[in-house]
Design a protein around this ligand. Sequence first.
Ligand SMILES: Cc1cc2nc3c(=O)[nH]c(=O)nc-3n(C[C@H](O)[C@H](O)[C@H](O)COP(=O)(O)OP(=O)(O)OC[C@H]3O[C@@H](n4cnc5c(N)ncnc54)[C@H](O)[C@@H]3O)c2cc1C
Length: 341
Amino acid sequence: MRQFLDQQNFSLLPFNTFRIEARARHYVRVEQVDQLAAALADPALAALPRLVLGGGSNLLLTQDFNGLVLHMALAGKAIVGEDAGHVLVRASAGENWHGFVQYTLEQGLGGLENLSLIPGTVGAAPIQNIGAYGAEIKDVFHSLTAFDPATGTLREMRAEECRFAYRDSVFKHAEGRGLIIVDVTFALPKAWTPNLRYAELAQAVAADGITAPTARQISDAVIAVRRRKLPDPAEIGNAGSFFKNPVVSGAQCARLLEQFPDLVHHAQADGTEKLAAGWLIDRCGWKGRNLGPAGVYPKQALVLVNNGGARGADIVALAKAIQADVQARYGVLLEPEPVFI
Ligand SMILES: Cc1cc2nc3c(=O)[nH]c(=O)nc-3n(C[C@H](O)[C@H](O)[C@H](O)COP(=O)(O)OP(=O)(O)OC[C@H]3O[C@@H](n4cnc5c(N)ncnc54)[C@H](O)[C@@H]3O)c2cc1C
């Protein structure tokens, strides 16, 4: 008997936060690690293109998927060990990210609070090294377990092998692209200190009259700020920030500043400058504008939204129009953050 249920011509509408209708030729919900090996050994499925799906919050479905969707629903989280300075906490790939952050706080552990309320699953968090409010998962990452379809085996990977960078990791490149993450372990500090490097977060905490915040209080502040600024995918389809913040050379930034003295830029340790993509889009007049059923969120120009009934092509057309305007005005190419399917 088969160890998994293969569903065909399966609608992905409920499983992507842009709320775009697209169908998968085959769909398998993965609740046990063994099901991965079994599905990938199945003669009807083995040779098909694969899409590993978490919460669908960083995807843009531009067409039906003529292959196998492996929907990661592996569950479980626990404290698994400690060393002198850290407590090790592990979660399976299908666990909801925000639920996991809240679990760590309930255990009295800080370290993930700045990353509260990011949608999606634990298994997808390393893919683009999720980050927000001055923190990235690489700061507290310990290791992960990945299933390698090429060998049919599990392997442990440490931070160096994952090659984390700004919204990037080995899993987005040829060497790591096929790997399927089954669990992730974080090393959370025993001697926790707040990370209030991000000015808006520091201001939100100070505005509540808190001088020595706990990790829980920082999480609450992050949740409040995010709810104010970002659309809830349950109400309006979106995938969060649609473009990465572009990184340019110091010289290019200096030239731009001569022409646009109020350009928002942040110096990086290597001498490059990170520009605020939302600011560039806003200055090109796109904030709050619609193109067909796709639009730019009125409160945050970095977020593209599905105003209802948009197809992937509608979002792509809007993204291209924005890219063209930003390129023409600033000479900077905006790179999309979500994965296009
Ligand atoms: C409102 C909103 C706000 C957001 N804010 C932020 C933010 O502040 N910071 C940030 O970094 N991101 C943010 N995002 C983007 C998104 O939440 C993250 O990228 C998240 O990690 C995606 O998780 P997911 O489970 O939904 O992944 P999916 O969208 O399902 O998949 C994303 C990619 O990861 C791959 N993948 C998923 N699971 C696995 C696995 N187990 N093994 C191997 N590959 C896998 C997929 O194949 C795909 O390539 C936001 C999105 C929304 C909708």
